[in-house]
Ligand binder design. Structure first.
Ligand code: PLP
Length: 418
């Protein structure tokens, strides 16, 4: 791995090698993480890194663009075919910038936007007061029904009728159930709002056709290309044909500069891979593993937000276990299981402490873990939650976690041999 860097900068080389070992030896269960195929790494480090380019095929601002044009045309074609979309723009650098480009395409400063509140499952870039978008647009927020943990569509409709937003955003960072896109699209029609779905977390599941797609219902669909899509750290936006010009203008020159052709190449490969039987089978197993995780956590006395899961993640309320999200995250990290603390709806604890945890199964499913291993992992999670300060308990849990993950290599043997 990194044979040139190993010689020229051993100090940095060691940091990267240590990270490889950390990932190899840990049970990675952060819901936004996945493991990229080796081709994604190759392409994301390819010579396209050297090329500066702005604009679109047929109207570029720099010369030397023949191969880049070919790449962008092929990637957008594959992306549209994969998702059945009219139009794709894949110049954005991340899920966050994907959202910003949609705002830049259709909103003016001061416009009203209705989005899911951060603690209810939304994302920072959906107008949280901590995010600079909140200084530009007027966000109001909807949430979930406290009794069920599900989006309260009736309340959302009432709020939309009163607030009359120009844009309604669906899609979440921490929402384990399916979203009724059709219902929200109807609400948008009623109040004459644009409808944007941020499918950052579920883009891989949607591509594989194992959960419903927002593409037929939304004006704009934004996404990260990491998370369940398992590709480069980047972004993408789809839209209906009638919005294509607006979107392209909002992306460039509206909000971004030169594109990252190296990650565009990696995404291009992934648009093909995501249509393969291999990827579809992994995504189908992600759903099975997540469901098993939910059932087992419930059986062990954890409370789940939304009651169960329909996607790749569960969100657990840890209060019945008397442990905070921060403490659970820290202790699990110390024994080789990586999760993230998570605010639950109307959480009494601060975002740095939290009462919940979000657990995802994409990475471990890619490595080959199945239901029997999920059951063993939940047993460990429970033993940690019940006795988090007992060193003997933690040592046993660590050994058990190690015994599970050591049977499932992160990458095939020899992948990084020089
Ligand atoms: C719903 C949603 N949108 C956007 C993002 C941001 O994606 P990125 O990290 O690629 O900027 C996230 C990240 O967790 C997310 O959950």
């Amino acid at each position: 791995m990194l044979k040139n860097t190993r010689k020229s900068d051993p100090e940095l080389y060691k940091i990267v090698e240590d990270e490889l070992h950390r990932q190899e030896n840990n049970i990675e269960m952060i819901a936004s993480e996945s493991t990229v195929p080796i081709e994604v790494m190759e392409l994301a480090g390819s010579v396209f890194t050297n090329k500066t380019l702005e604009g679109y095929p047929g109207s570029r601002f720099q010369a030397g663009n023949a191969q880049a044009d070919e790449l962008e045309i092929l990637a957008c074609k594959r992306a549209c075919e994969l998702y059945g979309a009219d139009h794709a723009n894949i110049q954005m650098y991340s899920g966050t910038t994907a959202n910003y480009t949609v705002y830049a395409s259709i909103l003016d400063p001061g416009d009203k936007v209705l989005a899911m509140r951060l603690d209810q499952g939304g994302h920072l870039s959906h107008g949280s007061s901590a995010n600079w978008m909140s200084k530009i647009f007027n966000f109001e927020f909807y949430g979930v029904d406290p009794a069920t943990g599900l989006i309260d569509y009736d309340a959302l409709e009432k709020q939309a009728e009163e607030y009359r937003p120009k844009l309604i955003i669906a899609g979440a960072s921490s929402y384990p159930r399916l979203i009724d896109y059709e219902r929200i699209a109807e609400i948008c029609k009623k109040v004459d709002a644009y409808f944007m779905v941020d499918m950052a977390h579920i883009a891989g599941l949607v591509a594989a056709g194992v959960i419903p797609s927002p593409i037929p219902y939304a004006d704009f669909v934004s996404s990260s290309t990491t998370k369940t899509f398992c590709s480069a750290r980047s972004g993408m936006v789809f839209c209906k044909a009638e919005h294509a010009k607006k979107l392209d203008h909002g992306v460039f020159p509206g909000s971004l500069g030169s594109m990252h052709l190296q990650t565009m190449a990696a995404k291009c490969w992934s648009f093909k891979y995501a249509a393969s039987d291999e990827f579809k089978a992994i995504m189908a197993q992600v759903l099975k593993n997540a469901k098993c995780l939910a059932d087992e956590l419930l059986a062990h006395g954890f409370d789940l937000i939304g009651g169960t899961t329909d996607n790749h993640m569960v969100v657990a309320d840890l209060r019945p276990k008397n442990i905070t999200g921060r403490k659970f995250q820290e202790v699990l990290d110390s024994i080789g299981i990586t999760v993230n603390k998570q605010q639950i709806p109307d959480d009494p604890a601060s975002p740095m402490v939290t009462s919940g945890v979000r657990i995802g199964v994409t990475s471990i499913t890619q490595r080959g873990l199945r239901e029997p291993e999920i059951r063993q992992i939940v047993d460990i999670l429970d033993r940690v939650a019940m006795d988090p300060d007992n060193e003997e308990n933690l040592a046993k849990c660590k050994a058990d976690a190690q015994a599970i993950i050591s049977r499932f290599p992160l990458y095939p043997a020899g992948t990084f041999d020089d």
